[in-house]
Design a protein. Structure first.
Length: 134
């Protein structure tokens, strides 16, 4: 309740009156570093509107972390193993991110590596969220 007994819906008005027509509910947490394996035919619009089918189990998997420090930097590798489904078959996959931050630099990069741990090819679309605002 807001001061004066107003509920939030009574005390706030959206700046854009039709904003509710663009809001979508999906089943994933909105936190950083979430990885998705999707059907390669999923479009960005379908993903945004939560009309996709998750083909992997990495969404809820914890990371392993390995850190290394140098004189002027710190490096962290985050990885996790999981499964992805394609062509009626389950595939073992690994996702790794390498984060390197150097002293005195304001920018850094986070390269990814997605590895198919099986001996047969799989065609999936990989999507990752860094900010949690996918």
């Amino acid at each position: 309740m807001l001061p004066g007994g107003q509920g939030i819906s009574e005390g706030m008005r959206p700046e854009e009156p039709e904003v509710h027509t663009r809001l979508c509910y999906d089943r994933h947490r909105r936190v950083p570093l979430i990885n998705h394996h999707l059907d390669p035919r999923v479009t960005p619009a379908a993903f945004y509107q939560a009309r996709d089918r998750e083909l992997g189990n990495l969404v809820d998997q914890a990371y392993r972390a390995e850190t290394r420090t140098g004189e002027d930097c710190i490096e962290m590798t985050l990885s996790h193993d999981g499964a992805a489904w394609g062509r009626e078959t389950c595939f073992a996959v690994r996702v790794e991110r390498m984060i390197k931050v150097r002293t005195g630099y304001r920018k850094f990069s986070i390269p990814y590596r997605v590895t198919n741990l099986e001996d047969m090819p799989v065609n999936l679309r990989f999507r990752s969220s860094l900010t949690g605002a996918s």
